[in-house]
Design a binder for this molecule. Structure first.
Ligand code: SAH
Length: 268
């Protein structure tokens, strides 16, 4: 938290539970998170900067840094302490931002995210994947584990498959609760998502509906779990259908989607 040669005592932002505010107090960890962005994108958007503990390190890079913060008290703090952010603070709810209007160029996303909306942030990033080459974020450890989980793992699910279809997902490091003020009840972890090349061939809508439907009944074989989607004939005897959702790798799901799409076109 930079002082900006301010002679009066700074008033700190009071932590609001409903906004998921847990302020990071360890500058080494903060720096490590900022350095985890490696793609050198010209634009960086930080979600939920709070009092700028992460922002200050981002501002040391050459990138154009913008921040999105919903809390007016935090926005005021940032305005008073980070003159470099003048005109670069988007005050509002990240989940409501029309990113395509705000960014015409690629933008990487970073944040110590509010945990109450972490999955929604990830799904939103996925909606805008064409715009977002990289995302580094701190999540509750359990969500981070779900994002990077591989098939066969209990935590492997919708979030894992859909994100990993389009991004390489890495679990970077675990963060202990006592480096936050106030400390959260759970451990945290930082992950990095790096967009994959050549994913345009995937029928995204179909992949989403197959994956969501399959995991909604994760104990059932796909032949049963996917019945409501009308399985194309070409797939009926495929071995994938004898498996449960968690037994299929991300590539299996992509292949299944491809065969499904081809089968549908043929029967049309
Ligand atoms: N990055 C800071 C604060 C993390 S706490 C730090 O590491 O110390 C999470 C932050 O996200 C808070 O500042 C909170 O006000 C903000 N936030 C919560 N919901 C938000 C939303 N929907 N859109 C943007 N910011 C949000």
């Amino acid at each position: 938290m930079k002082n900006n040669n301010n002679t009066h005592k700074e008033k700190l932002v009071s932590a609001k539970k409903h906004l998921g505010q847990h302020f990071l107090t360890d500058l080494n960890i903060s720096k490590k998170i900022a350095e985890s962005l490696i793609s050198n994108t010209k634009n960086i958007l930080e979600i939920g900067p709070g009092m700028g503990v992460l922002t200050q390190f981002l501002l040391e890079s050459k990138a154009n840094v913008q921040v999105c913060e919903i809390d007016s008290e935090s926005v005021e703090y940032l305005q008073n302490n980070f003159p470099q952010l003048n005109g670069k603070i988007i005050q509002g709810d990240f989940l409501k931002l029309e990113l395509e209007k705000l960014f015409t160029e690629q933008v990487s996303i970073i944040g110590n995210f509010p945990y109450n909306i972490s999955s929604q942030i990830l799904f939103k990033a996925l909606d805008y994947k064409e715009l977002i080459p990289e995302l580094v974020g701190m999540f509750q450890k359990e969500v981070a584990e779900r994002v990077v989980a591989e098939h066969g793992n209990k935590t492997y699910g919708i979030l894992s498959v859909l994100l990993q279809a389009y991004y390489d997902a890495e679990y970077l490091f675990t963060v202990h609760e006592n480096v936050f003020n106030p400390p959260p009840k759970v451990k945290s972890a930082v992950i990095r998502l790096t967009r994959k090349e050549n994913t345009d061939f995937i029928n995204r809508k179909l992949l989403f509906s197959i994956v969501k439907t399959a995991f909604n009944q994760r104990r059932k074989k796909l032949s049963n779990a996917l019945k409501s989607l009308t399985i194309p004939k070409s797939l009926e005897s495929h071995n994938f259908l004898n498996l449960r959702a968690e037994q299929l790798s991300v590539n299996d799901f992509i292949e299944l989607t491809k065969i499904w799409e081809d089968g549908k076109t043929k029967s049309d």
